[in-house]
Ligand binder design. Structure first.
Ligand code: BEZ
Ligand code: FE
Length: 310
């Protein structure tokens, strides 16, 4: 027996409910057979992925003593996830998100690199070709909400400015909807801009507000059946690219938001929680914009990019 099978046995036994040695033997023999069926795989990574998947899947089935009715329900659930998925809706990614699998994959692939800004989930609402705005421009468009002045810098891990970094930003309006969720083809709450010669950037957006992930499908039903909320903590998305640097996909979150600890896709990282400072009407805006009797907010987000290949 190979050592990986031995390891599986030991780890599984620690979690298994009491079953007879004969029953245990039957279950283990099956695992060994399935693992062996991948032994001739000539592509080492595929072999590792498939054998590990088999080990963990069988460990789950054995640990919970999965009933045949539960197995059927699981197949029906995954079938429904497939049926609702199309070019515009990716329910499998949503499922991965709410199970923390997306975030764990990001964690595994973005091991903290010194002071580089941490990454978080991409989400389904990014759109290619968002309008270009100048520094100091406004991304809100028709989107309703409290104006928010966003400013910061883009630098490398040694603090050197990165000019001309491409910064994509996108966010929901105060009603909790992204532009693509409206049927009137509006483009709002999204844009791209470039850091200036000193690596600085600034724009007007909206103070982020909480919103639910799409929850009218099987993933939403699963959340409801398990007593979980579909709400995401308030956030503003960023994707930052610059030649020679690792692409950063992240968001910033609002300090004090009540959903920070229960974000349904587990996207919050402490380093990404920022102070959105409330400004009362009459406080002059940084760019001289006339806000009349409106309150507004401001936030600073300094972005540090990790080198490519890190
Ligand atoms: C979002 O932030 O836009 C999002 C992320 C994961 C799932 C659904 C929405
Ligand atoms: Fe979002």
């Amino acid at each position: 027996m190979s050592s990986s099978i031995e390891e599986t046995r030991t780890a599984d036994e620690a979690r298994l409910p009491a079953i007879s040695p004969a029953q245990s033997e039957v279950e283990e023999r099956l695992i060994e057979n399935v693992l062996r069926s991948f032994e001739q795989c000539t592509e080492p990574r595929s072999k590792q992925l498939m054998q590990s998947l088999v080990r963990h899947l069988h460990a789950f089935i054995r640990e919970v003593r999965l009933t045949e009715a539960e197995w059927e329900q699981s197949i029906e659930f995954l079938t429904a996830v497939g049926h609702i998925t199309d070019d515009r809706r990716q329910e499998f990614i949503l499922l991965s998100d709410v199970l923390g699998a997306s975030m764990q994959t990001i964690n595994v692939n973005n091991e903290a690199m010194g002071n580089a800004t941490e990454a978080t989930v991409f989400g389904p609402f990014f759109v290619d070709d968002a309008p270009l705005i100048e520094n100091g421009g406004d991304i809100a468009g028709a989107g309703a909400g409290q104006p928010c002045w966003v400013e910061g810098s883009v630098s490398d891990v040694k603090g050197n400015a990165i000019p001309n970094a491409r910064i994509e930003v996108w966010e929901a309006d105060e009603d909790g909807f992204y532009d693509v969720q409206y049927t009137d083809h509006r483009v709002s709450g999204r844009a791209h801009l470039f850091s200036d010669d000193e690596g600085k950037y600034r724009f007007w957006g909206l103070t982020p507000t909480p919103y639910p992930i799409p929850h009218d499908g099987p993933v939403g039903q699963m959340l409801e059946a398990t007593g979980r909320s579909p709400m995401r903590a308030s956030h503003l998305h960023f994707m930052v690219t610059a030649p020679g640097f690792r692409t950063l996909v992240t968001h910033i979150f609002v300090r004090g938001d009540g959903l920070i600890k229960s974000d349904t896709v587990f996207g919050v990282k402490d380093s990404l929680i920022k102070d959105f400072e409330e400004q009362v009407p009459g406080v002059p805006a940084p760019d001289g914009r006339e806000l009349g009797d409106r309150d507004w907010s401001r936030v600073r987000f300094d972005i540090v990019l990790a080198p490519e290949g890190a």
